[in-house]
Design a protein around this ligand. Structure first.
Ligand SMILES: *[C@@H]1O[C@H](CO)[C@@H](O)[C@H](O)[C@H]1NC(C)=O
Ligand SMILES: *[C@@H]1O[C@H](CO)[C@@H](O)[C@H](O)[C@H]1NC(C)=O
Ligand SMILES: *[C@@H]1O[C@H](CO)[C@@H](O)[C@H](O)[C@H]1NC(C)=O
Length: 595
């Protein structure tokens, strides 16, 4: 086995991850520095805008340790760059997550909340106006040449690819539905040419050729460039028209298919047997709490599914090696930032779930996020709390473009010197619609998988709070329950009146978390970055511990609670309960609605 051992790990910024990356890891005390304002966009002293290579895998986990099996990702990225160990996606589903990544907005601000119309997919991306307003377009306006190959969005099909064409790319070669996830029969579509079906050819071998040739063009252009490379691995292999929801039950999800040269690897690998692996007691709420324990057939199948994921990722690992070789041979490494991440995480047998994503558990929302480039610490692990919403602002900052007002995130502190900036503690997680079981025993849809959640990590606290569309609640204290098996929300099995968090009774903590979620679930722009300022315009509250001051007890008790009036499959405002939070006025007579 290819164990990843970081001997000289540099740990900096932020707080302890829920599940340590490895056992050798020494925890570092968080820095407690003043909250700074917006970071200044700057070109960081480069003579030219830097190049950006962005590798985006599909459904790759970090919690099941997929990075342990990728020697070239270790060599070129983990050992030479920084892993952001507290990096989260805000919607654990391919298309919404990708749209958020490339627009810098939460799903509730893109309203691309699903993989297919009417709530999502490429047509919804277009109808929301984002084809004229997303990262590659903005980068071109800033002088970049832009390239992309692989999967861009779902429901981007052999029928609609030219109606309209994707904008913003100097050259592109997209995977198209219904063949996107068909590992051995992919359809790629280059520039404005018609799609080509590569019958019997493996999608990753084709992608490697295309990525290399786009990189050659990019380097030859002698302009700063952005290159996005989005392999489908380790997503399930899918046969059937995934863009036709009426047909969803006919779609066959099966194990990912590795390249022949990798099919024999890791014969003994199994899903890590963590405490939340197929537990004896059900966990979660709503449909998750009703899942029966997996029988031996399913456990064995899911282990096989897991091995196929690791094998399918080997092609991605080779792709990574090839890209680094080319950058190096062409003298580009010194002026290129390379990002490696996934659109969402994945679970296999955790919480009794068959393979899938779409849940709010760590497995699904926490993803690998590694960045290498000039000034970025080598072999380091950052614990800053970061999300995919922060990626567009980060790239803007690297390119020296002034940040947009409609960005919901904050540039990620890539360099160690930037760690002096204290970041916020929260992640706003949201989901609409159904979850689906994948794999050979999959196909079942679970509706009413609509929820809003708050992930919050700071010194001495590490919590997940969630409100579902049927008004069930979850609260996990990951300090004591890192695998999210004990729901301590009042009224649930593991609730106990004597529980305290940060020295405060649970009820007070719940009031604060709920109000913070109330702000975040409909936030826009800077409110998403500094949500406490909406609750406390005086600016004296910047974090959960600040908000726990007894002076604020009555204020928080009187806030409306996050709730839903019904379950919807999309972002239907009038189903989503109260939208506006009251703000606290220190010397005022009453709290007023803060505009
Ligand atoms: C386990 O469950 C699956 C799915 O319900 C079923 O197809 C299979 O026959 C079961 N296996 C055993 C050994 O009971
Ligand atoms: C989903 O929730 C709605 C209420 O919002 C309910 O009528 C419906 O039965 C639920 N569906 C399932 C499959 O539980
Ligand atoms: C989001 O899109 C759906 C589908 O078009 C629409 O029904 C809904 O009203 C939109 N939501 C908001 C908040 O605009």
């Amino acid at each position: 086995m290819l164990g990843f051992k970081l001997k000289d790990i540099i740990l900096y910024a932020g707080v302890v991850a829920a599940v340590p990356w490895n056992n050798d890891q020494n925890e570092q005390k968080p820095l407690n520095l003043p909250l700074s304002g917006k970071q200044n966009p700057s070109n960081r002293g480069h003579s030219r805008q830097p190049n950006i290579v962005f590798i985006l895998t599909d459904d790759q986990d970090i919690e099941m340790r997929s990075l342990d099996y990728l020697p070239f990702v270790q060599k070129h990225l983990l050992n030479k760059g920084t892993l952001f160990r507290n990096h989260f996606v805000t919607t654990a589903l391919c298309c919404p997550s990708r749209v958020s990544l490339w627009t810098g907005r939460h799903s509730h601000n893109t309203n691309v909340t699903d993989v297919n119309p009417p709530y999502g997919g490429y047509p919804k991306f277009v109808s929301q106006g984002f084809n004229e307003n997303f990262l590659p377009v903005w980068l071109q306006q800033a002088g970049y040449n832009t390239y992309y190959t692989g999967k861009l969005f779902n429901a981007h099909t052999t029928q609609n690819y030219n109606n309209p064409h994707v904008k913003g790319f100097t050259a592109s070669d997209f995977l198209l539905d219904p063949w996107t996830y068909n590992y051995l029969n992919p359809a790629y579509q280059r520039n404005h040419e018609p799609p080509i079906l590569y019958k019997g050819q493996h999608t990753i071998d084709i992608l490697i050729d295309k990525a290399n040739s786009l990189l050659d063009d990019a380097i030859a252009s002698e302009k700063p460039f952005f290159l996005g490379i989005a392999p489908v691995a380790p997503h399930s292999n899918v046969e059937g028209d995934i863009s036709d929801i009426s047909d969803l039950y006919k779609i066959k999800f099966s194990e990912p298919i590795p390249l022949k040269r990798h099919a024999h690897l890791f014969p003994d690998a199994k899903v890590p047997r963590t405490p939340h692996f197929n537990p004896d007691k059900p966990s979660g709420v709503n449909w998750i709490a009703e899942r029966p324990q997996l029988n031996k057939t399913l456990v064995d199948h899911n282990d096989y599914y897991y091995r196929q994921r690791l094998r399918a990722l080997q092609g991605v690992d080779e792709l990574v090696d090839g890209i680094f070789k080319r950058l190096e041979e062409n003298g580009q490494l010194d002026n290129t930032y390379i990002f490696y991440t996934s659109d969402n995480g994945f679970h296999v047998s955790q919480h009794r779930l068959n393979p899938g994503k779409e849940c709010g558990f760590e497995d699904d929302i926490r993803v690998p996020f590694i960045v290498r480039g000039p000034g970025i610490a080598e072999g380091a692990i950052s614990k800053a709390v970061t999300t995919h919403i922060d990626v567009a602002p980060t790239i803007f900052e690297l390119a020296g473009i002034p940040l947009r007002e409609d960005f919901d995130g904050l540039a990620i502190p890539l360099e160690k010197s930037q760690q002096k900036t204290k970041r916020h503690e929260h992640v706003n997680v949201e989901y609409w619609g159904f979850a689906v079981e994948e794999g050979s025993f999959g196909g079942t849809l679970f509706w009413n998988n609509t929820y809003k959640s708050l992930r919050i990590i700071g010194e001495n606290y590490n919590l997940y709070y969630s409100v579902w569309c049927n008004n069930e609640h979850q609260l996990y204290d990951l300090t004591n329950d890192p695998y999210q098996l004990r729901n301590i929300y009042p009224g649930y099995e593991y609730h106990d009146k004597s529980i305290t968090i940060l020295g405060a009774p649970l009820a007070k903590v719940v009031d604060r978390l709920d109000s913070l979620l109330l702000v975040l679930k409909s936030c826009k722009g800077t409110v998403c970055v500094k949500p406490w300022e909406k609750l406390h315009p005086d600016g004296d509250v910047e974090s959960l511990p600040d908000a726990l001051l007894a002076d604020f007890d009555i204020f928080y008790e009187q806030q409306e609670s996050v709730s839903y009036s019904r379950c919807e499959a999309g972002y239907i405002l009038d189903a989503e309960g109260p939208q506006d939070a009251l703000s606290y006025k220190r010397h005022g007579v009453h709290w007023s609605n803060w505009v």
